[in-house]
Design a protein. Structure first.
Length: 242
């Protein structure tokens, strides 16, 4: 994505996903959570578009396709890196440790919710056509607001200076947070349930799932809810499509 010819690559390359990590969220979201199923799907030749997101921190821009985690979820992920040899079990071990500490993190969360919109694959293009998008120009931070999807790089939902636009309404939440995850895919790891049960890999939206300061019992329910897909149903968890 950092190359000037990335648009050509995206148009001409098709990626086949074979899970070989400890999370394998994309493969799980594609219903191919193991190497055999993934290989069979690749041989069958089916393809599907995939949403991407970009993160701009200072002048450093990075791209992703799965999720952006913070607070308890990022602590569990990052601090268990040394236990990758345990596979998915590393998340459970660090999750138990996080429940005991029950830390909270102060932050401001800002988002633009989807209003009165049912997101499906059929109306994705309509949704995107009605929203502001950003085209990144070259290697700089200079951007142009446009709906031209034939530019040198693929369209991005505008995340820069939307506050200055009268037609964009931001929601701002401030406080102490125990959990935050922004998902582009239904699953962020191989698990029976989906953390973002209303998400689709190409619906043009990001699903926000977050929770305020909570106790150890509620944090335990939240972390187990990620596994079984009930996290969004917990009364103290907010689930918002943006």
């Amino acid at each position: 994505m950092v190359r000037d010819d990335c648009a050509d690559a995206l148009l001409n390359w098709t990626l086949g996903i074979i899970p070989a990590g400890s999370g394998n969220g994309l493969a799980a979201s594609l219903f191919a959570p193991d190497a055999l199923t993934s290989t069979y799907a690749i041989i069958c030749g089916g393809t599907h578009p995939l949403d991407l997101f970009s993160i701009l921190q200072n002048r450093d821009r990075k791209y992703g396709f799965l999720s952006l985690a913070w607070a308890a979820m990022s602590v569990i992920d990052l601090e268990s890196e040394g236990y990758r040899w345990l596979g998915p079990l590393r998340f459970d071990i660090k999750g138990v440790a996080e429940v005991f500490t029950c830390n909270t993190y102060k932050a401001k969360i800002q988002y633009v919710p989807i209003e009165n919109e049912t997101i499906t694959r059929a109306n994705t293009q309509t949704v995107l056509a009605n929203r502001t998008v950003q085209i990144e120009q070259g290697q700089t931070d200079t951007t142009t607001t446009t709906t031209n999807t034939t530019a040198t790089k693929p369209p991005l939902i505008y995340i820069g200076k939307e506050q200055d636009q009268d037609d964009v309404k931001w929601t701002t939440l401030e406080g102490e947070w125990a959990f935050f995850c922004a998902c582009l895919t239904p699953k962020v790891m191989i698990a029976p349930g989906s953390i973002a049960k209303h998400s689709h890999i190409s619906d043009g939206t990001i699903d926000l799932i977050f929770a305020p300061q909570i106790g150890r019992i509620d944090l335990t329910l939240l972390l187990t809810g990620i596994e079984d897909g009930t996290v969004a149903d917990l009364p103290f968890v907010k689930y918002i499509k943006t």
